[in-house]
Design a protein around this ligand. Structure first.
Ligand code: FUB
Length: 326
C-alpha cells in the first residue's frame, strides 16, 4: 500500500513526467534536466535540456525503473535550436508518436513529432515542426473512440502570451488582475498523427459560480496540461506556474468548458510543478517532480510517484507537496 511518495530515479535529474500504459507496462517519458550553467531567469533559459530518456516499470510501487537510454536528442532534430522541454507519447496502428516542445533556430517554441516502432524508442524526428504549432507542454490524449488530441501551452518562457487566435502577436499580451486568464489549447490530431486536423481551440475553465477564470486568480492555468477520464468525466489538470499549484477542472466534453474543482498537489520544493495522472493495475497514481534531492536547484528536478485517491463524488483528495521530504 503506497501512502507516501516515492522518488523514482535516484542517479539523474528527470522532470515533467508523461506516463502511459503500453504493452501491459508503465512507460514514463520525462524531460531530462541537466546543469549547463545558464543563470535562472523568467524566460526559463536555465531549463537547458538536450535529450530524452524513456523509463518503464511493471511494479511502480516497489521496483526500480528500467532506463531505456537516450531515445531522442537535439542534435538529431533538423529544425532544432535549443531546449527540449516536456514531451508525451501516443500509440496508434503499431507505431509510437512522441510529441515534444523545442525552440527552433529563431528561438520560437514549436511542437515536434518523432516516430518509433517501440514504446522504448528510439524516436526518429520528422524534418519540420508540426504545422501551426506553438508554445510548449504537449499532452496527448486518446478519447474513447480512438481519436487523439493534444492539449498544449505555457506562459512566460513557454511563450503562450505571444499568440491570440493561433496567430503570433506583434506584442506579447500577459493579462493581469480582472482580465481573462490565458487558456491552454486543445487540438484534434490528423489520422496519420503527424498534423493538427483543425485549428487549436482555447480550453475554457469556469469558476464554480460559472464565471470565467481571471488572470489574477491563483488557480488559473499556466502550463503542464494533462487530461484523463474518471467515471466517464473528463478531468483537465494543469500547473498554475507562479502560484505553484496543480489544479483540476472537470467537464462532459474534452474541448471544455471545464468547471474548476480544486487543488491536486500543494507547492513542492522548486519553482515548477508538473504531473501525469495514470491508472495502472486498478490504482490511480500521480507522477510529479520536486527539487529536494538537488537541494532546491529549480532546474534539477527529480521524479516522484504517489497514489491518487478520489472521493465518492469524484473529487480528488489533495496531496501535500511537501510530505516525505528527504
Ligand atoms: O521543463 C521545462 C518546463 O518547466 C516545462 O515545460 C514546464 O511545464 C515546467 O515544468
Amino acid at each position: 500500500m503506497m501512502q507516501k511518495s516515492r522518488y523514482l530515479i535516484e542517479d539523474d535529474f528527470m522532470a515533467d513526467p508523461a506516463v502511459h500504459v503500453f504493452e501491459g507496462k508503465l512507460y514514463i517519458y520525462p524531460s531530462h534536466d541537466r546543469e549547463s550553467g545558464i543563470p535562472e531567469n523568467d524566460n526559463g533559459d536555465h531549463f537547458d535540456m538536450n535529450d530524452y530518456h524513456v523509463f518503464s516499470a511493471s511494479d511502480i510501487e516497489n521496483e526500480p525503473l528500467t532506463d531505456h537510454g537516450v531515445v531522442l536528442k537535439v542534435g538529431d532534430i533538423p529544425w532544432a535550436g535549443r531546449q527540449l522541454w516536456d514531451c508525451d507519447v501516443a500509440f496508434k496502428d503499431g507505431k509510437y508518436y512522441m510529441y515534444f516542445s523545442l525552440k527552433d533556430k529563431n528561438d520560437i517554441f514549436r511542437l515536434g513529432v518523432a516516430v518509433s516502432n517501440s514504446p522504448e524508442g528510439p524516436f526518429i524526428p520528422k524534418p519540420d515542426p508540426v504545422r501551426g504549432s506553438y508554445s510548449i507542454d504537449p499532452a496527448v490524449f486518446k478519447d474513447n473512440d480512438g481519436t487523439h488530441y493534444i492539449y498544449f501551452g505555457g506562459l512566460w518562457g513557454g511563450q503562450l502570451q505571444r499568440y491570440k487566435d493561433n496567430k503570433a502577436l506583434e506584442n506579447a499580451f500577459l493579462p493581469s488582475g480582472d482580465e481573462l486568464a490565458l487558456r491552454s489549447r486543445v487540438v484534434r490530431l490528423s489520422e496519420d498523427m503527424l498534423d493538427f486536423a483543425e485549428e487549436p481551440r482555447p480550453v475554457v475553465i469556469l469558476n464554480q459560480d460559472g464565471t470565467m477564470m481571471k488572470a489574477g486568480q491563483e488557480n488559473r492555468f499556466f502550463e503542464a496540461s494533462w487530461m484523463h477520464i474518471y467515471n466517464g468525466k473528463y478531468y483537465f489538470s494543469y500547473s498554475t506556474g507562479d502560484t505553484h499549484l496543480l489544479c483540476y477542472a472537470t467537464g462532459d466534453n474534452l474541448y471544455g468548458p471545464f468547471t474548476y474543482q480544486g487543488v491536486i498537489l500543494t507547492p513542492v520544493v522548486g519553482w515548477t510543478t508538473h504531473h501525469a495522472i495514470t491508472e495502472f493495475n486498478g490504482k490511480w497514481y500521480l507522477f510529479f517532480h520536486d527539487c529536494v534531492p538537488s537541494g532546491g536547484r529549480t532546474w534539477l528536478r527529480s521524479l516522484k510517484v504517489i497514489k491518487l485517491d478520489y472521493n465518492e463524488d469524484g473529487t480528488i483528495q489533495t496531496i501535500n507537496g511537501n510530505e516525505n521530504q528527504i
